[in-house]
Design a protein around this ligand. Sequence first.
Ligand code: NAP
Length: 281
Amino acid sequence: MHNAAFAKLGLNWRYVAYEVDPANLRAAIEGARAMHFAGINLTVPHKILAMKMVDELDVSAKIWGAVNTIRFEGRTRKSQWLPLGQFEKETPTEVRSVGFNTDADGLTNSLREDFGVELSGKKVLLLGAGGAGRAAALKLAAENVGILFLVNRTFGKVLELQKEISVDFPSAYICPDYPRALENKIDLVINATSLGLKSDDELPFDKKQFSLKQAAAVYDMIYRPAETKLLKAAKKAGCKTANGLGMLLHQGAKAFEIWTGKRAPLAEMRRALVQNLKANP
Ligand code: NAP
């Protein structure tokens, strides 16, 4: 999607993927800085490690506690920091790395786009408290959801997250369990577990404790496969559904804007993503 966006905007840039062992992450970031890359995206398991490997943290990385985007910035002769991707003829006298997080905004932009809902005041059940679940929970609290039910296989992580949210967002109402009664309707269920990536995975919730009949909408962060067992069951139960494609798109669009300073060509990026996922289901 990034290469499609560069082409659309006539930028002579390339987005390439490298597999980096966590032991070499610092060396990889330093190498990219030395080679004057405009920036980097990071994925599992690098997002938390990178927090300690950049020179500066943007407020987004500080709040969500993870870095998925790095921008390299150069010092101009007038001693100002400018994104390296926006330097023209001048050579920077010094280069620094700045860490950002675009995942959390990616999720809420996608939820608004896919379901057309405002999150404020809504009842949400979040399944999963790993990296993506944790960032989602904090972001949902920041969006003033009415009540956030948190469920995770490892219960200790839910309690830790509940504690963390209560420090940053003291007015958030967090329930570390499933919503109990069938009449307790939930506006939105979000799957942030990795259950659903494989075709023989179980549903990511306990059917004895929760029924999809309680939910109005179900969002699965997984985008490959495009329709998980959860989304299939949710459709059957009459829920609105969406997969994680929009989240992937919007975190990427935000990163694009951070590096280039230009508005991301969303339609072009979406087209490239959909095409790629169709070719590699
Ligand atoms: P992670 O940090 O490894 O967390 C995995 C989560 O899944 C944890 O909550 C874990 O529970 C749970 N889990 C794993 N296996 C399980 C099982 N057998 N039974 C019950 N729970 C299980 O991974 P992540 O980065 O948060 O990613 C989570 C999902 O979100 C993945 O499917 C990923 O593809 C997706 N994602 C999508 C986007 C997007 O742009 N659409 C972005 C980020 C992530 P425990 O804590 O008990 O281990």
